[in-house]
Every structure is written in C-alpha cells, then in structure tokens.
Design a protein around this ligand. Structure first.
Ligand code: BTN
Length: 326
C-alpha cells in the first residue's frame, strides 16, 4: 500500500486529494492518513492541506526499499525481497541467513550503518550511517565451487563500471577486487560462499562503497589509505542513483558470465586493472615475495614474475610498490 501511495504522489507534481487516493487504491481515508503519518516519520516531506490533499515535496536521502524500487532498471536484482536496516551488524551476515532460509537469487540486503561491517582477511569495514552503500546481493550461480572467486572479479568490474558512469572518475581495480582512486580505497568487496563438493548453494557478494564520506569523517588510521566518491569529485552524489547503477551493471555482467563465460569479463578486468604491469609485494598464505604483476590466468589468479619464477597468487594481500624515481 505504502509503495502504491508513493507511486501516486510521485506521478503528480500538484496536490492529490485523499479522496482520489482512497478511490484509486480502494482504501479508507483514515488508512491513507495513517500511511501518510508513517511516511512522514520515515523522513518523507509530505505537505498536507485540508482542502487540497497531499503533495510529496522531498523523499529522504535513505536507501529505502520503496525509493530503490521506484528507480530500479533491472529485471531481477532488487526485484524480489529487499531487506533494509537502519543499523545492522553486517549485511553479509544477514544475507547469508536469508540465503540459507531459501531466499531467491537477486535478494538484496542494505544497511544505512553497519556496526560490525566485515572486510577481507578478517578486517573490519568502516560503515557510517547514510554515507555509503553497504550492500549484499545473494546469487545462486550455476558454476562449479572453484569458479566462485571469478564472481568476485566480476563484481569488481560491475561496480567500477557503475562508479565511472555515475561519477565520471577514473577509478581502477586492484587485484582481486578492490576499487581504488589515486591509490586510495574507494570500494571493498567481500564474497562468501556456501557449497557442496560439486555445486554452489549460494554466493553472497558484499559491496562497500564509500560515497559521501568527507576526509575528516574517516577514522585517522584510514585517512591516508581510503577515499570516497565525494572526496574524489568534490561533490556529494545520490546514493540511490549509484546503487541502482551498481545493481544494473552487476545483473548485466552476471548474465554475461552465465551465457558467455568469464573471458570477456576478464578482458575488461585487465583493461580496468591498476595492478598489472606494477611492481608488487605479495603476502601469501605461506610466503612473502616481490615481483612484477604480469597477468591474471583463466581462473583469475594473479601471475607474478619474480627474479627466478612465475608465481601464481590465488589469495592473499598484494600491495603495489611505489615507483622509485631514478
Ligand atoms: C574488503 O576488505 O575490502 C572488503 C570489504 C567489504 C565490505 C562490505 S560492506 C557490505 C558487506 N557487509 C559486510 O560486512 N562487508 C561487506
């Protein structure tokens, strides 16, 4: 009902009378009044006039499911359940619970703030209220479990496409799936999977995008290594617009992966990469070494040429060594 009321208000620049709404939606005027009160409480700026009716002046800058649905362009992602939390421990943790309970592919979980946001390698993820996109998407890919890491790289390509398209900045991908701008981290992606030996039950793609966080708002230890689209462009952007672009790009690359495989997506990853061709330090699971990142292979592993061998990196921390001016 709430979604339908908002739709009517959005399609009308002028006032819409309570009587009109009640007739079109076949509900009592008292019920409409109650919905209006609830919407105002959620931050919708709705003007009420005793004779003229209601007019939507401004929707809140929140990633509310009704707002998302009103801007979605996808066929599947975000069309099913949207779980929205003003505050949540971690959207990935919630999404995993929903996935185990059988939610459909394309289900999304969003938090305005995360109090236990999780990053790769057991790190945390800074997720302040209303300043970023803290999103998890549930996939049920028809791939073999060993192909799951490719989903992560596919997500990086999709998010980077969306960021470039909406903000115009020249961001790039650091292996395997960080998005950086001028050497600072803009986006982190955490992919988690549940699988049997030969089939994936679900994959949760967790995406954290720093959007309207100002430099001083980052904790001190992140100020020199993290950035946001607002810092990069000097202007705040609509999180809703960026979110719906991310969902569209993700749906597109996922469809491409299913129908054509990962080859083209990996080519795009290579073009957007800021790791390839660079001198890197690798902290692997069992060892540490330095070399030149030369390529990724068909599984998405990073190939690093050291002084005496070509190493294949499948997991771990890869840092780009700053160039030494000669
Ligand atoms: C990284 O370490 O780079 C990955 C960070 C991933 C953060 C996102 S925010 C939404 C989702 N929920 C989480 O708890 N983590 C991911």
């Amino acid at each position: 009902m709430r979604t339908k009321i908002l739709e009517l208000l959005r399609n009308r620049e002028d006032y819409l009378s309570g009587e009109d709404i009640s007739r079109q939606l076949d509900v009592s005027r008292t019920a409409i009044w109650k919905h209006m009160q609830a919407l105002k409480q959620d931050g919708y700026d709705i003007e009420s006039h005793s004779r003229l009716g209601y007019r939507l002046r401004h929707a809140p800058d929140l990633l509310l499911p009704d707002e998302i649905r009103s801007q979605l362009t996808t066929d599947k992602f975000g069309r099913g359940p949207i779980f929205y939390f003003p505050e949540v421990e971690s959207t990935n943790t919630e999404a995993k619970k929903k996935a185990v309970a059988g939610c459909p592919e394309g289900t999304i979980v969003l938090g305005e703030a995360q109090v236990g946001g999780r990053g790769r390698l057991s790190r945390g993820w800074f997720s302040p209220f209303g300043k970023g996109i803290w999103l998890s998407v549930v996939l049920r890919p028809p791939f073999q479990p060993q192909e799951a890491p490719k989903c992560t790289m596919m997500a990086a390509v999709a998010v980077n496409r969306a960021i470039r398209r909406i903000t115009g900045i020249d961001s790039g991908i650091k292996w395997p799936n960080d998005i950086l701008f001028q050497g600072k981290k803009l986006v982190g992606i955490l992919t988690e999977m549940s699988a049997e030996m030969d089939a994936i039950n679900h994959v949760v793609i967790g995406i954290g995008i720093n959007v309207n966080i100002m430099k001083q708002e980052f904790p001190e230890e992140l100020r020199e290594i993290a950035t946001s689209t607002a810092v990069a462009t000097g202007r705040e952007i609509s999180r809703l617009t960026l979110l719906t672009a991310v969902l569209q790009e993700l749906e597109d690359v996922y469809q491409q992966a299913i129908t054509q495989g990962f080859q083209e997506i990996f080519q795009e990853w290579r073009r957007q990469s800021i790791t390839l061709g660079q001198a890197v330090n690798v902290i692997g699971i069992h060892n540490k070494f330095a070399g030149i990142a030369v390529d990724i292979d068909d599984d998405g592993a990073l190939l690093v040429q050291t002084a005496d061998s070509l190493e294949r990196v499948i997991a771990g921390d890869v840092s780009i060594r700053p160039r030494v001016e000669e």
